[in-house]
Design a protein around this ligand. Structure first.
Ligand code: SAM
Length: 186
């Protein structure tokens, strides 16, 4: 199992919007969902994706997408516009849950049984880190992780870097899936 937690600073917490970009950059959440959960012609059943939305009007809002249960999905923006609107309206979709769990509470819960890795350009190079079993990776959105959130997560985890260049959050997830795929199936 592997998990990703995307900290969304501005993602709107109600379905009162018309497109993902204007909904506090939920387009980044969509890109990360695709990178985390989709293979060509299939889903990654071993991945759970989380985002904590901190935008108005009612933050925080935790959305969890469980690749083991998820179905009836495609990769396109319209599919995820519909699903995210449905989720933010508290309507069910298989494999997707939402609640008021905060970023800090989620990290703390996960850290009880799983190793936490905080993604940041200035961290220890991933090549020098042994990734433990059932890892949880924490990422920021286009603005990056707020300092307070990063400091909190680092009480439980290790700061790791993929390269010195700042990548898109979704690119980081693709790289991590690739690295772990290669490690699990050499
Ligand atoms: C688009 S980046 C934001 C980069 C921006 N310089 C910042 O303030 O963090 C979004 C997230 O991807 C992760 N990230 C981007 N490049 C990375 C790298 N080279 N190594 C590790 N994590 C990275 C970080 O978690 C970052 O918060």
């Amino acid at each position: 199992m592997r998990e990703f937690i995307l900290y969304s600073r501005l993602g709107r917490t109600e379905p009162d919007w018309t497109n993902l970009h204007d909904a506090g950059r939920l387009d980044i959440t969509h890109e990360c969902i695709v990178a985390a959960l989709f293979l060509s012609h299939g889903l990654r059943r071993n991945v759970t994706f989380h985002t904590i939305l901190h935008g108005p009007p009612k933050p925080p809002r935790h959305i969890q997408i469980d690749g083991q249960i998820l179905y009836d999905v495609r990769t396109d923006q319209q599919t995820w516009t519909n699903i995210l609107k449905k989720t933010l309206s508290d309507k069910p979709h298989p494999g997707i849950t939402t609640n008021k769990t905060s970023f800090e509470a989620l990290v703390k819960i996960k850290a009880q049984q799983q190793p936490i890795y905080v993604l940041e350009e200035g961290g220890t190079d991933i090549g020098e880190v042994t990734i433990g079993q059932n890892p949880v990776f924490v990422l920021g959105d286009h603005v990056g992780l707020p300092k307070k959130a990063e400091t909190f997560a680092l009480r439980y985890g290790t700061k790791i870097s993929l390269a010195k260049q700042p990548y898109l959050a979704a690119t980081c997830i693709t790289i991590l899936n690739y690295v772990l795929d290669r490690k699990e199936n050499p």
